[in-house]
Design a binder for this molecule. Structure first.
Ligand code: SF4
Length: 432
């Protein structure tokens, strides 16, 4: 029989321990909650654990029926809260519960999930939202295979700067998509653009001076030519079944700013093959650029949103020379053209499933019947995010209930984590 979950905490060395018989609390929005142990799952393989500096863990005190925090361990050492970063394809359903000291630093760019201990094992509030294994850590423990594969591609395309960039991504930044390109499987990343016309608070590749945390990886520093881009895509399509190649990666700016060059590259590919899925991940800021790429032959588009609410969108994405209406015009252009349309919705428990956001999302989906929602964890300190967007806390239905509701209101819509190959566009995936 599984025992009750126990509070997890981190000591001064960053080691994670359990506090036996202390019921852990969780967080949704800015509120502490108790969670049914049935909603907890074993920590997914390849997930990371974090200690949260300047933050004391919060537990549920059965004696006074309230939420209290703990500052020291049984040994009397000062402790801090602990958290998990779930591996790819898993969506967290609750945040870690802690109180924050005055002088605590803003947390770096990760998606923090609750963490508890049950019978000596780590458990988390989360759910797998995509069965596709392309970024499963277990299939990426193969550097002995990767190194010769990189050498072979560099030898095959010695002049191609994009291949050299992807080899840096695959090794230096451990980009799983770049590894898949060299290993000849699933989705290949095609970063092309240095500049961006947004200043997203949680941008992974560029943070402004004075930002309280660094970018997670350096921004691309060159502009590959259409020929170099087409070579990489054609190479991938020539050897991968159900291949996907995607513009718009975490290490670059906004690809629509180079729509004409990308359209030229797409034409080169489509002159050579109808096989493979050409996708663009984008902020959707340039509807005319979207139209040009559809004309050239892309198969799908994924537009990133932190929220369907214009105010929250503007405060997070901080658009430069474009507006939320431009994004909606891009959605219209893509839906009217009949390509596969996804929104990349950044989930944060207590915000995305809050009453007002759920209503906004319901209205949005009524107006824009997209084919898929990619349910992604927002990689940002929750308190920093709430302060930056001026979030007004409200009742929330819970992430699992929101997923169920989306299934109900749009049974034809796909929920998942990855850009699907066109061979499966018609499939609707079940989330367990
Ligand atoms: S659109 Fe992408 S590259 Fe541009 S600021 Fe946002 S996250 Fe960064």
């Amino acid at each position: 029989m599984k025992h009750e979950p126990c509070l997890a905490y981190a000591d001064g060395e960053g080691r994670v321990w359990d506090f036996p018989d202390i019921e852990p609390a969780f967080r949704t929005g800015r509120r502490f909650v108790r969670v049914d142990p049935e909603e907890l799952m074993p920590l997914p393989y390849g997930s990371y654990l974090f200690s949260l500096p300047g933050r004391y863990p919060v537990f549920y005190n059965r004696r006074n029926g309230d939420f209290n925090h703990i500052e020291v361990s049984y040994r009397g050492d000062e402790i801090c809260a602990a958290s998990a970063f779930l591996s790819s394809a898993y969506l967290r359903t609750y945040l870690p519960a802690y109180i924050t000291k005055e002088d605590a630093p803003v947390l770096p760019l990760w998606a923090y999930a609750g963490l508890v201990v049950i019978d000596g094992e780590f458990f988390v509030p989360g759910v797998r939202v995509d069965e596709d294994p392309r970024s499963d850590p277990a299939i990426h423990e193969n550097d002995d295979e990767l190194r010769p594969a990189i050498a072979a591609e560099k030898k095959r395309l010695p002049e191609n700067r994009l291949v050299r960039q992807l080899s840096r991504c695959a090794t230096g930044y451990r980009c799983l998509c770049a590894r898949n390109f060299f290993l000849g499987r699933y989705e290949a990343p095609v970063p092309t653009t240095i500049a961006c016309n947004a200043r997203c608070v949680g941008c992974l590749s560029q943070q402004e001076d004075g930002a309280p945390f660094p970018a997670s990886q350096p921004r691309l520093d060159f502009s590959p030519a259409p020929e170099e881009i087409a070579q990489v895509i054609l190479r991938h399509f020539s050897r991968v079944e159900r291949a996907v190649a995607s513009f718009g990666q975490g290490c670059e700016g906004e690809p629509l700013l180079r729509a004409a060059d990308l359209a030229a590259a797409v034409r080169m590919v489509r002159e050579s093959t109808e096989g493979g899925t050409i996708n663009i991940n984008t902020n959707g800021s340039r509807p005319e650029g979207v139209a040009a790429l559809i004309d050239a032959g892309i198969d799908s588009i994924r537009i990133s949103l932190n929220s369907p609410t214009p105010e929250y969108y503007a405060r997070y994405h901080r658009p430069v020379n474009y507006s939320f209406d431009d994004v909606l015009r891009s959605l219209d252009a893509a839906l009217n053209a009949g390509i596969f349309v996804s929104i990349n919705l950044f989930f944060l428990p207590g915000f995305t499933d809050s009453e007002a956001e759920v209503e906004a999302l319901r209205g949005f989906l009524g107006r824009f019947p997209v084919n898929m929602i990619q349910t992604r964890n927002l990689n940002l300190d929750p308190d920093y995010y709430f302060d930056m967007i001026g979030f007004r806390d409200s009742e929330s239905c819970g992430v699992l209930d929101l997923l169920r509701l989306l299934r109900e209101i749009r049974p034809d819509m796909r929920l998942g984590y990855y850009n699907p190959p066109k061979e499966t566009f018609r499939a609707v995936q079940e989330i367990s």
